[in-house]
Design a protein around this ligand. Structure first.
Ligand code: UD1
Ligand code: UDP
Length: 364
């Protein structure tokens, strides 16, 4: 019996691995799937809630590494991962996404000579000030299976000289999860619970260090959201990094009446909130993709995106970090100037099944 070890650590990882775990169950007579949570994210609302919402079994290992500087966090994950991999002796390690847990686990596996599959390979922002860009590049370089979500990923990997035999265009497992849960998302009563009129409110999320770790940038962002909240109710589920910084920078005074700050929301509640929003404003990676899939207008407050298909094909407006442009684009969208979009190729709910089938074909 072969052993596959998947390693997750942060909120988007749980959502990306859930369908892979499910797809591997089909091969349970040949493969034992083991899940390791590094503990990078640890609050109930950043972690446990996703295991509940997505009906995932509890991880077999939880390393409890928590936060810290990049070096501290990465090093702690590597030290603990090495112990787990020594104990489990997996035949393959799967790492999704681009967080520190992804890169740390990939590095450990590569040094131990264990083959690696990277789910969501090839994405590039071409901005090395983003910690995730370093994680993506390093993870791809040491991976044996590069599972790609959009055409740009194929192009990027080929441009970096990756062996064509390793690259597989399979679609998007984050969208598999959304597809699987779409009835629950549409049927969820979160708008009633928050007293919102469907298609007449804005949802915002921010957690990128470039937006929230600098006092001036975070202040400008909150001021802009405050003004938009004068136009429509604005719901802002706050990431722990952002919550800490609002407090540390003394910016609580900018939380005005219509600006509804909540704790991070569970998966079904949050997706439903986006599904019925008039507009989503974000700096998240995954949210750019989910809004494109659902056809919801999305403003991305970043200078670049590693997910260009959401701009080229989808409903994403990549506007940069200047607040004037953010506000003007938002006002245009609220005024009816929207962008039509389509669902990108292979975002069809079957990516994880393709991944499992490819891994089984190559298992010897
Ligand atoms: C991480 C990822 C980022 C991803 C995001 C998803 C890296 C480098 N960054 O950023 O790519 O978009 O997750 O949400 O891996 N914290 C809590 N409770 C939690 C989780 C975090 O209090 O459950 C605190 C941490 O202690 C730390 C801060 O939030 O002080 C940031 O956490 P960390 O995991 O280092 O980075 P994120 O900003 O969450
Ligand atoms: N998400 C959620 N609740 C929230 C905010 C986000 O369930 O309050 C989901 C979101 O829909 C997506 C994932 O978390 O599936 C994205 O995570 P995040 O934005 O933290 O990370 P990124 O994608 O930027 O790495």
């Amino acid at each position: 019996m072969k052993k596959i070890l998947s390693v997750v650590g942060a909120r988007p990882n749980f959502i990306k691995i859930a369908p892979v775990a499910r797809a591997l169950k089909k091969y349970r007579k040949e493969v034992k799937h083991i899940l390791c949570h590094t503990g990078q994210h640890f609050d109930k609302k950043m972690s446990e809630v996703f295991f509940e919402d997505l009906k995932m079994p509890k991880p077999d290992f939880n390393l409890g590494v928590g936060g810290g500087s990049h070096a501290e966090q990465t090093a702690r994950i590597m030290l603990e991962m090495e112990k787990v991999m020594t104990e489990v002796k997996p035949d393959l390690v799967i790492v999704p996404g681009d967080v520190n847990s992804t890169m740390a686990a990939a590095l450990v596996a590569s040094k131990m000579g264990i083959p690696i599959a990277h789910v969501e390979a090839g994405l590039r922002s071409y901005d090395k000030t983003m910690p995730e860009e370093i994680n993506r590049i390093v993870t791809d370089v040491v991976s044996d299976f590069l599972f790609v979500t959009e055409h740009s990923g194929m192009h990027n990997l080929r441009g970096e000289g990756m062996d064509d035999d390793k690259i597989f265009f399979v679609g998007n497992t984050m969208i598999d999860t959304l597809d699987e849960n779409y009835d629950a998302v549409e049927g969820c009563d979160i708008t009633d619970r928050l007293g919102l009129e469907k298609e007449r409110y804005i949802v915002a999320t921010f957690h990128r260090p470039s937006n929230v770790d600098d006092k001036g940038n975070l202040e400008a962002l909150l001021e802009t959201m405050g003004r938009l909240a004068g136009e429509r109710k604005l719901i802002f589920p706050v990431h722990p990094r952002t919550r800490k910084n609002i407090k540390a920078f003394g910016l609580d005074r900018l939380i005005t009446k219509n600006l509804l700050l909540t704790d991070p929301l569970g998966y079904i509640d949050f997706l439903s909130l986006m599904r019925y929003a008039e507009l989503v404003i974000t700096d998240s990676g995954g949210i750019q993709e989910e809004t494109t899939y659902m056809g919801v207008q999305c403003i991305t407050v970043r200078k670049n995106t590693e997910r260009p298909v959401t701009v080229d094909v989808g409903t994403n407006h990549l506007v940069g970090t200047g607040m004037e442009k953010v506000e003007k684009t938002a006002m245009d969208i609220l005024g009816g100037t929207t962008k039509p979009g389509r669902i990108p190729e292979l975002w069809d709910g079957k990516a994880a099944k393709r991944i499992a089938a490819i891994l089984m074909e190559h298992k010897e």
